[in-house]
Design a protein around this ligand. Structure first.
Ligand code: HSE
Length: 437
């Protein structure tokens, strides 16, 4: 029986997870695929590091031992980042090899050219693990919902930031302590900046929205804000109003024909389903015109859930090789040439209620001046509280305002004016409120 021969590029947390899964599930994988999966070569970056599940004779430090081996059918890329991973994926596809990748950064930024190359060379480029780790959301969009028209995708798609916010909320620990714990657990990217500044979630949303709407999109189309400025005081205040703070990714097809693409922290009602998604769990709501709402949830980060998605893709790609049916399922729902150009709504036009926090001097007329500026921009106050002053008269107090729905550009202009008022001691904080979560 012909084996499916693979070369693995990257032998970190996920790479070793893939090797473990291939070893522990070898029997069932062979029965399901109809052929064994044979690991021909594992390429690691750093020499001399201890690694599990890899036979020493398979280990190499030269990617050409995979890319240049004509016996290798499928290249698995779990290095991450744009370069050199992008060069390796391109070379593999140019040489007609199929690729399985977990690299959302690469696919979001350079995916259009890579998928076109794969289609041209008759190779498969599979990427279930790139979005939400172990949750099979790519398959659902690409295959299960192929008969529907998706109108919205909304969810929590970055495990690290969700882990940080969950721990800050439940244990009142500092942001830095929670981030270190997420890195220790293997959830964070090599450079965790992308996890906390919303970049990783934006890459994933770009990929999801491309499939959901059959549109040609880039990360630059997504309005992005991270969680770096969320503080324990915001967590506490949000809770007083019946909300928790989550990093939400939202893609909607608006009735006017534009797309609304956003990644930002948001207050969601404590009673909502998304509020109950804790730690490294992810969740994605898909709303189909025919299906209605549907929720997928599970581990979006971590070695074994991500490895599971990679190996499931390997089985699919292997089946295509064995039956000579590569390219049968368009990887992004439609062939690249059929992707549509869709207009994206500018961030300033977005309308939602807001949570605003002002650190102010506790003296007469400060709140009156804030309210007056908000009123001048037609921003209506829905609820408001001021914390009692804990220390001396020089210590600022927090005033929190929840607004009625307002346009983003009006709100930003009002905040710029408020920041200039005397008695305001910090830049105001604004977080959107999502009641549809
Ligand atoms: N760093 C990513 C996350 C890993 O935290 O979600 C999975 O993509």
């Amino acid at each position: 029986m012909r084996a499916i021969r693979i070369g693995l590029l990257g032998c970190g947390v996920v790479g070793q997870g893939i090797l473990r899964l291939l070893r522990e599930h070898a029997g069932s994988l062979e029965r399901r695929l109809g052929a064994p999966i044979e690991v021909r070569r594992v390429v690691a970056k750093t020499e001399g590091k201890a690694r599990s599940y890899v036979a020493p004779e398979l280990l190499s430090y030269d990617p050409e031992t995979v890319l240049g081996d004509p016996e290798i059918d499928v290249v698995v890329e779990v290095i991450g980042g744009l370069d050199p991973a992008g060069r390796y994926v391109r070379t593999a596809l140019e040489r007609g090899k199929s690729v399985v990748t977990a690299n959302k950064f690469l696919l979001a930024e350079e995916g259009h050219a890579l998928f076109e190359l794969a289609e041209e060379r008759g190779a498969d480029l599979y990427f279930e693990a790139a979005v939400c780790g172990g949750i099979p959301v790519i398959r659902v969009l690409r295959e299960a919902l192929v008969a529907d028209s998706v109108v919205a995708v909304r969810g929590i798609v970055n495990g690290t930031s969700n882990y940080i916010l969950s721990r800050m909320q439940s244990e009142q620990i500092d942001y830095g302590v929670a981030l270190a714990a997420a890195q220790e657990a293997g959830y964070a990217e090599a450079d965790p900046t992308l996890d906390v500044n919303g970049g990783d979630a934006t890459h994933k949303l770009t990929i999801l929205a491309t499939l959901a709407f059959g549109a040609k999109l880039l990360p630059s189309h997504v309005t992005t804000e991270g969680i770096e400025h969320i503080t324990a005081i915001d967590m506490k205040m949000a809770e007083r109003f019946g909300y928790v703070i989550k990093l939400l990714a939202t893609a909607r097809s608006l009735p006017v024909g534009m797309l609304d693409l956003r990644v930002h922290p948001a207050l969601v009602p404590k009673t909502s389903v998304l509020a109950s998604i804790h730690g490294a769990l992810n969740a994605v709501y898909l709303e189909g015109a025919m299906l209605g709402p549907s929720l997928l949830s599970g581990y979006g980060a971590g070695a074994m859930p991500t490895a599971m998605s990679v190996v499931s893709d390997l089985v699919d790609v292997g089946r295509n090789i064995l039956r000579d049916s590569r390219g049968r399922v368009p990887q992004r729902t439609v062939p690249s040439g059929m992707l549509l150009r869709r207009e994206v709504q500018p961030a300033g036009m977005h309308v939602s209620p807001y949570y605003l926090r002002f650190a102010v001097m506790d003296r007469p007329n400060v709140i009156a001046k804030i309210a007056s500026v908000l009123g001048a921009f037609d921003i209506a106050i829905h609820q408001m509280i001021q914390e009692a002053r804990a220390s001396g008269p020089k210590a600022p107090v927090h005033v929190v305002v929840l607004t009625h729905p307002t346009r983003d550009d009006a709100l930003r202009s009002a905040l710029r004016e408020i920041q200039m008022l005397s008695g305001i001691v910090e830049p105001p904080r604004a977080i959107r409120i999502e009641t549809a979560a």
